[in-house]
Design a protein around this ligand. Structure first.
Ligand code: DP6
Length: 400
Protein backbone atom coordinates (compact mmCIF):
# COMPACT_ATOMS: atom_id res chain seq x y z
CA UNK A 1 0.00 0.00 0.00
CA UNK A 2 2.67 2.49 1.05
CA UNK A 3 4.30 4.32 -1.82
CA UNK A 4 7.90 3.52 -2.83
CA UNK A 5 8.65 7.20 -2.66
CA UNK A 6 9.13 8.22 0.99
CA UNK A 7 8.41 11.86 0.17
CA UNK A 8 4.93 13.43 0.36
CA UNK A 9 5.18 16.72 -1.50
CA UNK A 10 2.71 19.52 -2.31
CA UNK A 11 3.11 22.91 -4.02
CA UNK A 12 0.59 25.76 -3.79
CA UNK A 13 0.42 29.46 -4.60
CA UNK A 14 -1.29 32.27 -2.69
CA UNK A 15 -2.09 35.92 -3.43
CA UNK A 16 -1.26 39.30 -1.88
CA UNK A 17 -4.22 41.28 -0.50
CA UNK A 18 -4.70 45.00 0.05
CA UNK A 19 -6.98 46.24 2.81
CA UNK A 20 -9.58 48.90 2.05
CA UNK A 21 -10.78 48.85 5.69
CA UNK A 22 -7.58 48.47 7.66
CA UNK A 23 -6.60 46.07 10.43
CA UNK A 24 -4.43 47.88 12.98
CA UNK A 25 -4.18 46.65 16.56
CA UNK A 26 -4.62 43.32 18.33
CA UNK A 27 -6.76 42.52 21.35
CA UNK A 28 -4.82 39.27 21.83
CA UNK A 29 -1.19 39.12 20.73
CA UNK A 30 -0.80 35.38 21.20
CA UNK A 31 -3.85 34.31 19.17
CA UNK A 32 -3.53 37.29 16.77
CA UNK A 33 -7.08 38.56 17.37
CA UNK A 34 -7.76 42.03 15.94
CA UNK A 35 -9.36 45.07 17.60
CA UNK A 36 -11.63 45.52 14.57
CA UNK A 37 -12.86 43.72 11.49
CA UNK A 38 -11.19 44.52 8.15
CA UNK A 39 -11.85 44.09 4.45
CA UNK A 40 -9.50 43.57 1.53
CA UNK A 41 -9.24 42.97 -2.19
CA UNK A 42 -7.20 39.96 -3.28
CA UNK A 43 -4.71 40.86 -6.02
CA UNK A 44 -4.23 38.70 -9.10
CA UNK A 45 -1.53 36.05 -8.86
CA UNK A 46 -0.40 36.64 -12.45
CA UNK A 47 1.32 39.74 -11.09
CA UNK A 48 1.95 39.00 -7.40
CA UNK A 49 2.08 35.63 -5.69
CA UNK A 50 3.95 33.41 -3.30
CA UNK A 51 4.70 29.79 -4.26
CA UNK A 52 5.39 27.30 -1.48
CA UNK A 53 6.42 23.64 -1.59
CA UNK A 54 6.17 21.50 1.56
CA UNK A 55 7.51 17.96 1.76
CA UNK A 56 7.40 15.48 4.63
CA UNK A 57 9.47 12.34 4.95
CA UNK A 58 10.53 9.89 7.61
CA UNK A 59 14.10 10.52 6.40
CA UNK A 60 14.13 14.20 7.35
CA UNK A 61 16.02 14.88 10.57
CA UNK A 62 14.61 18.32 11.33
CA UNK A 63 12.12 20.93 10.11
CA UNK A 64 13.84 23.29 7.61
CA UNK A 65 12.71 26.31 5.59
CA UNK A 66 14.14 28.24 2.63
CA UNK A 67 12.81 31.67 1.63
CA UNK A 68 13.65 32.90 -1.87
CA UNK A 69 16.45 30.31 -2.02
CA UNK A 70 18.12 31.08 1.33
CA UNK A 71 17.71 28.87 4.40
CA UNK A 72 16.27 30.81 7.35
CA UNK A 73 15.76 30.02 11.05
CA UNK A 74 12.85 27.62 11.39
CA UNK A 75 12.69 28.44 15.11
CA UNK A 76 11.13 31.88 14.66
CA UNK A 77 7.99 32.08 16.80
CA UNK A 78 5.41 32.83 14.05
CA UNK A 79 6.58 29.95 11.92
CA UNK A 80 6.55 27.65 14.94
CA UNK A 81 3.08 28.85 15.81
CA UNK A 82 1.76 27.97 12.30
CA UNK A 83 3.48 24.58 12.31
CA UNK A 84 2.26 23.78 15.81
CA UNK A 85 -1.30 24.73 14.90
CA UNK A 86 -1.40 22.65 11.70
CA UNK A 87 0.02 19.60 13.51
CA UNK A 88 -2.56 20.06 16.28
CA UNK A 89 -5.36 20.16 13.67
CA UNK A 90 -3.93 17.12 11.88
CA UNK A 91 -3.83 15.18 15.19
CA UNK A 92 -7.39 16.23 15.96
CA UNK A 93 -8.52 15.23 12.46
CA UNK A 94 -6.92 11.82 12.94
CA UNK A 95 -8.42 11.19 16.36
CA UNK A 96 -11.93 11.96 15.06
CA UNK A 97 -11.39 9.83 11.94
CA UNK A 98 -12.51 6.21 11.54
CA UNK A 99 -8.98 4.94 11.20
CA UNK A 100 -9.09 5.30 7.43
CA UNK A 101 -6.30 7.90 7.42
CA UNK A 102 -3.36 7.75 5.03
CA UNK A 103 -0.19 6.10 6.37
CA UNK A 104 1.53 9.32 7.22
CA UNK A 105 3.26 10.05 10.45
CA UNK A 106 2.71 13.34 12.22
CA UNK A 107 6.15 12.99 13.72
CA UNK A 108 7.69 13.37 10.26
CA UNK A 109 9.73 16.53 9.83
CA UNK A 110 8.84 19.00 7.11
CA UNK A 111 10.97 20.83 4.54
CA UNK A 112 9.48 24.05 3.16
CA UNK A 113 10.63 26.28 0.29
CA UNK A 114 8.87 29.52 -0.55
CA UNK A 115 9.39 32.14 -3.27
CA UNK A 116 7.74 35.37 -4.36
CA UNK A 117 7.30 36.31 -8.02
CA UNK A 118 7.96 39.94 -7.14
CA UNK A 119 11.15 41.50 -5.73
CA UNK A 120 11.30 41.93 -1.95
CA UNK A 121 13.08 45.20 -2.75
CA UNK A 122 9.75 46.51 -4.08
CA UNK A 123 8.81 46.95 -0.42
CA UNK A 124 5.48 45.21 -0.89
CA UNK A 125 4.20 43.45 2.19
CA UNK A 126 4.71 39.81 1.36
CA UNK A 127 3.94 38.29 4.76
CA UNK A 128 0.20 37.93 4.04
CA UNK A 129 0.77 35.92 0.85
CA UNK A 130 3.64 34.05 2.50
CA UNK A 131 1.73 32.86 5.58
CA UNK A 132 -1.49 32.17 3.64
CA UNK A 133 0.54 30.00 1.28
CA UNK A 134 2.28 28.28 4.17
CA UNK A 135 -1.02 27.48 5.91
CA UNK A 136 -2.64 26.26 2.68
CA UNK A 137 0.33 24.09 1.65
CA UNK A 138 0.90 22.58 5.12
CA UNK A 139 -2.81 21.76 5.34
CA UNK A 140 -2.60 19.81 2.07
CA UNK A 141 0.58 17.96 2.99
CA UNK A 142 -0.73 16.97 6.45
CA UNK A 143 -4.25 16.22 5.14
CA UNK A 144 -6.02 18.92 7.17
CA UNK A 145 -9.37 20.08 5.83
CA UNK A 146 -11.57 23.04 6.70
CA UNK A 147 -11.14 26.62 7.79
CA UNK A 148 -7.49 27.75 7.85
CA UNK A 149 -7.87 31.36 9.08
CA UNK A 150 -6.54 30.39 12.48
CA UNK A 151 -3.35 28.87 11.06
CA UNK A 152 -2.65 31.76 8.63
CA UNK A 153 -3.47 34.36 11.30
CA UNK A 154 -0.81 32.92 13.62
CA UNK A 155 1.78 33.91 11.01
CA UNK A 156 0.39 37.35 10.21
CA UNK A 157 -3.10 38.67 10.90
CA UNK A 158 -3.70 39.97 7.38
CA UNK A 159 -2.69 36.56 5.97
CA UNK A 160 -6.10 35.04 6.72
CA UNK A 161 -7.63 37.38 4.10
CA UNK A 162 -5.28 35.92 1.43
CA UNK A 163 -6.99 32.53 1.82
CA UNK A 164 -9.81 33.69 -0.47
CA UNK A 165 -10.11 35.43 -3.81
CA UNK A 166 -12.04 38.58 -4.68
CA UNK A 167 -13.34 40.72 -1.81
CA UNK A 168 -12.68 39.35 1.65
CA UNK A 169 -13.85 40.27 5.14
CA UNK A 170 -11.93 39.28 8.29
CA UNK A 171 -14.51 39.14 11.08
CA UNK A 172 -12.91 40.28 14.31
CA UNK A 173 -15.01 37.73 16.23
CA UNK A 174 -16.13 37.93 19.82
CA UNK A 175 -14.89 34.73 21.40
CA UNK A 176 -11.82 34.77 23.64
CA UNK A 177 -10.49 31.61 21.95
CA UNK A 178 -10.63 33.29 18.51
CA UNK A 179 -12.65 30.50 16.88
CA UNK A 180 -14.97 33.07 15.27
CA UNK A 181 -12.15 35.39 14.10
CA UNK A 182 -12.18 34.14 10.53
CA UNK A 183 -11.92 35.37 6.95
CA UNK A 184 -14.88 35.07 4.59
CA UNK A 185 -15.41 35.96 0.93
CA UNK A 186 -17.81 38.88 0.39
CA UNK A 187 -17.80 38.56 -3.43
CA UNK A 188 -15.66 36.64 -5.94
CA UNK A 189 -13.18 38.40 -8.24
CA UNK A 190 -15.60 37.94 -11.17
CA UNK A 191 -18.10 40.23 -9.41
CA UNK A 192 -16.39 43.47 -10.49
CA UNK A 193 -14.37 42.75 -13.67
CA UNK A 194 -13.82 46.44 -14.51
CA UNK A 195 -11.91 47.11 -11.27
CA UNK A 196 -8.19 47.77 -11.77
CA UNK A 197 -5.42 48.10 -9.23
CA UNK A 198 -2.16 50.00 -9.71
CA UNK A 199 0.72 49.61 -7.28
CA UNK A 200 2.90 52.70 -7.36
CA UNK A 201 6.28 51.61 -6.06
CA UNK A 202 7.87 54.62 -4.42
CA UNK A 203 11.58 55.16 -3.92
CA UNK A 204 12.67 54.89 -0.32
CA UNK A 205 15.77 54.18 1.70
CA UNK A 206 14.19 54.50 5.11
CA UNK A 207 13.90 51.52 7.44
CA UNK A 208 10.28 51.37 8.51
CA UNK A 209 8.66 50.30 11.76
CA UNK A 210 7.21 46.82 11.22
CA UNK A 211 3.41 46.45 11.47
CA UNK A 212 3.54 44.15 14.49
CA UNK A 213 5.61 46.55 16.60
CA UNK A 214 3.85 49.62 15.20
CA UNK A 215 0.35 48.43 16.03
CA UNK A 216 1.46 47.34 19.50
CA UNK A 217 2.56 50.90 20.30
CA UNK A 218 -0.67 52.26 18.79
CA UNK A 219 -2.76 49.96 21.02
CA UNK A 220 -0.83 51.15 24.08
CA UNK A 221 -0.89 54.87 23.34
CA UNK A 222 -3.46 55.98 20.73
CA UNK A 223 -6.90 57.02 21.95
CA UNK A 224 -7.89 57.58 18.33
CA UNK A 225 -7.27 53.89 17.62
CA UNK A 226 -9.73 52.81 20.35
CA UNK A 227 -12.32 55.25 18.99
CA UNK A 228 -11.74 54.01 15.44
CA UNK A 229 -12.11 50.34 16.40
CA UNK A 230 -15.31 50.74 18.40
CA UNK A 231 -17.09 53.72 16.84
CA UNK A 232 -15.94 54.01 13.22
CA UNK A 233 -15.07 50.65 11.70
CA UNK A 234 -18.33 48.72 12.34
CA UNK A 235 -20.41 51.16 10.23
CA UNK A 236 -17.64 51.41 7.61
CA UNK A 237 -17.57 47.62 7.19
CA UNK A 238 -21.29 47.57 6.43
CA UNK A 239 -20.99 50.55 4.07
CA UNK A 240 -18.00 49.06 2.23
CA UNK A 241 -19.76 45.71 1.73
CA UNK A 242 -22.74 47.55 0.25
CA UNK A 243 -20.52 49.61 -2.11
CA UNK A 244 -18.86 46.40 -3.31
CA UNK A 245 -22.17 44.57 -3.77
CA UNK A 246 -23.51 47.52 -5.82
CA UNK A 247 -20.20 48.10 -7.64
CA UNK A 248 -20.45 51.72 -6.55
CA UNK A 249 -16.96 53.01 -7.41
CA UNK A 250 -17.29 56.57 -5.99
CA UNK A 251 -18.58 55.15 -2.68
CA UNK A 252 -15.94 52.41 -2.60
CA UNK A 253 -13.15 54.85 -3.52
CA UNK A 254 -14.05 57.57 -1.03
CA UNK A 255 -14.35 55.13 1.86
CA UNK A 256 -11.07 53.45 0.87
CA UNK A 257 -9.23 56.80 0.96
CA UNK A 258 -10.86 57.89 4.23
CA UNK A 259 -9.98 54.63 5.93
CA UNK A 260 -6.38 54.78 4.75
CA UNK A 261 -6.16 58.36 6.02
CA UNK A 262 -7.62 57.41 9.39
CA UNK A 263 -5.17 54.54 9.74
CA UNK A 264 -2.27 56.95 9.10
CA UNK A 265 -3.85 59.43 11.52
CA UNK A 266 -3.77 56.75 14.25
CA UNK A 267 -0.09 56.27 13.41
CA UNK A 268 0.48 59.99 14.02
CA UNK A 269 -1.62 59.72 17.21
CA UNK A 270 0.69 56.92 18.41
CA UNK A 271 3.30 58.07 20.90
CA UNK A 272 6.07 58.34 19.81
CA UNK A 273 4.42 58.89 16.41
CA UNK A 274 4.91 56.54 13.49
CA UNK A 275 5.01 57.83 9.94
CA UNK A 276 4.84 55.53 6.96
CA UNK A 277 4.04 58.08 4.26
CA UNK A 278 6.73 60.18 2.61
CA UNK A 279 6.64 63.27 0.36
CA UNK A 280 6.00 61.17 -2.75
CA UNK A 281 3.07 59.40 -1.00
CA UNK A 282 1.50 62.77 -0.15
CA UNK A 283 2.21 64.01 -3.68
CA UNK A 284 0.30 60.95 -5.03
CA UNK A 285 -2.64 61.69 -2.69
CA UNK A 286 -2.74 65.25 -4.01
CA UNK A 287 -2.57 64.01 -7.61
CA UNK A 288 -5.52 61.64 -7.00
CA UNK A 289 -7.67 64.40 -5.47
CA UNK A 290 -6.85 66.82 -8.30
CA UNK A 291 -7.56 64.14 -10.91
CA UNK A 292 -10.96 63.45 -9.30
CA UNK A 293 -11.71 67.19 -9.02
CA UNK A 294 -10.95 67.58 -12.73
CA UNK A 295 -13.52 64.89 -13.54
CA UNK A 296 -16.01 66.11 -10.96
CA UNK A 297 -16.26 62.62 -9.47
CA UNK A 298 -14.23 59.96 -7.67
CA UNK A 299 -12.56 58.05 -10.51
CA UNK A 300 -9.42 56.92 -8.66
CA UNK A 301 -8.72 56.13 -5.01
CA UNK A 302 -5.50 55.55 -3.04
CA UNK A 303 -4.68 53.44 -0.04
CA UNK A 304 -1.37 53.05 1.85
CA UNK A 305 -0.26 50.32 4.27
CA UNK A 306 2.74 50.38 6.57
CA UNK A 307 5.00 51.93 3.91
CA UNK A 308 5.11 54.74 1.33
CA UNK A 309 3.90 52.72 -1.71
CA UNK A 310 0.48 53.71 -2.99
CA UNK A 311 -2.13 51.22 -4.13
CA UNK A 312 -4.59 52.92 -6.47
CA UNK A 313 -8.02 51.58 -7.42
CA UNK A 314 -9.77 52.67 -10.58
CA UNK A 315 -11.91 51.25 -13.41
CA UNK A 316 -10.61 49.99 -16.75
CA UNK A 317 -11.88 53.07 -18.65
CA UNK A 318 -9.71 55.37 -16.49
CA UNK A 319 -6.44 53.40 -16.10
CA UNK A 320 -4.71 54.79 -19.20
CA UNK A 321 -5.39 58.44 -18.36
CA UNK A 322 -4.32 58.00 -14.74
CA UNK A 323 -1.08 56.25 -15.73
CA UNK A 324 -0.39 59.19 -18.10
CA UNK A 325 -1.00 61.58 -15.18
CA UNK A 326 1.44 59.64 -12.96
CA UNK A 327 4.10 59.66 -15.70
CA UNK A 328 3.54 63.42 -16.10
CA UNK A 329 3.99 64.13 -12.37
CA UNK A 330 6.76 61.55 -11.81
CA UNK A 331 8.69 61.39 -15.09
CA UNK A 332 10.26 57.91 -15.26
CA UNK A 333 14.02 57.74 -14.72
CA UNK A 334 15.91 55.17 -16.71
CA UNK A 335 16.98 53.01 -13.76
CA UNK A 336 16.80 49.72 -15.63
CA UNK A 337 13.26 49.00 -14.43
CA UNK A 338 10.39 49.06 -16.91
CA UNK A 339 8.06 51.85 -15.74
CA UNK A 340 4.86 49.90 -16.31
CA UNK A 341 4.69 46.20 -15.40
CA UNK A 342 1.82 43.75 -15.28
CA UNK A 343 -1.38 44.19 -17.26
CA UNK A 344 -0.87 46.17 -20.46
CA UNK A 345 -2.07 49.79 -20.47
CA UNK A 346 -2.33 51.59 -23.81
CA UNK A 347 -0.44 54.92 -23.83
CA UNK A 348 -2.67 58.01 -24.13
CA UNK A 349 -1.74 61.71 -24.26
CA UNK A 350 -2.70 63.90 -21.33
CA UNK A 351 -4.95 66.85 -22.16
CA UNK A 352 -3.52 70.34 -21.55
CA UNK A 353 -6.49 71.02 -19.34
CA UNK A 354 -5.67 68.07 -17.06
CA UNK A 355 -1.97 69.07 -17.06
CA UNK A 356 -3.01 72.52 -15.80
CA UNK A 357 -5.31 71.03 -13.13
CA UNK A 358 -2.54 68.77 -11.89
CA UNK A 359 -0.16 71.75 -11.75
CA UNK A 360 2.29 69.80 -9.65
CA UNK A 361 6.04 70.21 -9.90
CA UNK A 362 7.26 67.10 -11.65
CA UNK A 363 9.40 64.87 -9.41
CA UNK A 364 11.53 62.68 -11.69
CA UNK A 365 11.97 59.17 -10.32
CA UNK A 366 9.60 59.65 -7.33
CA UNK A 367 7.64 56.63 -8.53
CA UNK A 368 10.09 53.88 -9.52
CA UNK A 369 7.53 51.81 -11.40
CA UNK A 370 3.88 50.82 -11.56
CA UNK A 371 2.46 47.29 -11.38
CA UNK A 372 -0.97 47.09 -13.06
CA UNK A 373 -3.19 44.28 -11.82
CA UNK A 374 -6.80 43.40 -10.94
CA UNK A 375 -8.69 41.33 -8.38
CA UNK A 376 -7.86 37.66 -8.50
CA UNK A 377 -8.55 34.20 -7.07
CA UNK A 378 -7.43 32.62 -3.79
CA UNK A 379 -4.74 29.95 -3.24
CA UNK A 380 -4.23 27.25 -5.86
CA UNK A 381 -2.66 23.78 -5.84
CA UNK A 382 -0.11 23.16 -8.60
CA UNK A 383 -0.37 19.64 -10.00
CA UNK A 384 2.69 19.70 -12.25
CA UNK A 385 5.62 18.08 -10.34
CA UNK A 386 8.06 20.21 -12.38
CA UNK A 387 6.81 23.20 -10.42
CA UNK A 388 7.87 21.86 -6.99
CA UNK A 389 10.53 24.08 -5.43
CA UNK A 390 12.02 21.06 -3.63
CA UNK A 391 13.66 18.15 -5.48
CA UNK A 392 13.24 14.44 -4.79
CA UNK A 393 15.67 14.62 -1.84
CA UNK A 394 13.69 17.41 -0.26
CA UNK A 395 16.25 20.14 -0.91
CA UNK A 396 15.65 23.32 -2.97
CA UNK A 397 16.04 22.75 -6.69
CA UNK A 398 17.43 26.27 -7.07
CA UNK A 399 20.33 25.48 -4.71
CA UNK A 400 21.04 22.03 -6.24
C1 DP6 B 1 -1.42 48.21 7.59
O1 DP6 B 1 -0.93 41.53 9.18
O2 DP6 B 1 1.33 42.60 8.81
O3 DP6 B 1 -1.28 46.26 6.23
O4 DP6 B 1 -0.65 40.55 12.37
O5 DP6 B 1 1.31 41.79 13.28
O6 DP6 B 1 1.60 40.32 11.28
P1 DP6 B 1 0.66 41.22 12.07
O7 DP6 B 1 0.36 42.49 11.13
P2 DP6 B 1 0.06 42.56 9.58
O8 DP6 B 1 -0.62 44.01 9.54
C2 DP6 B 1 -1.16 44.56 8.38
C3 DP6 B 1 -1.48 45.99 8.62
C4 DP6 B 1 -1.88 46.77 7.39
C5 DP6 B 1 -3.41 46.82 7.25
C6 DP6 B 1 -4.08 45.57 6.74
O9 DP6 B 1 -3.51 44.82 5.93
O10 DP6 B 1 -5.26 45.40 7.12
Amino acid sequence: MASENPLTIVTCTAPVNIAVIKYWGKRDEELVLPLNSSLSVTLHQDQLKTTTTAAISKDFKEDRIWLNGTEVDVGQPRLQSCLGEIRRLARKHRSTDDGDTPPLSLSYKVHIASENNFPTAAGLASSAAGYACLAYTLARVYGVEGELSEVARRGSGSACRSLYGGFVEWHMGERADGKDSIAQQVAPESHWPELRILILVVSTEKKLTGSTAGMQTSVETSTLLQFRATSVVPARMAEMIQCIRERDFPGFGQLTMKDSNQFHATCLDTFPPISYLNDTSRHIMDLVHRFNAHHGQTKVAYTFDAGPNAVVFTLDDTVAEFVAAVSHCFPPESNGDKFLKGLPVRPVPLSDELKTTLALDPTPGGVRYIIATKAGPGPQILDDPHLHLLGSHGLPKSAA
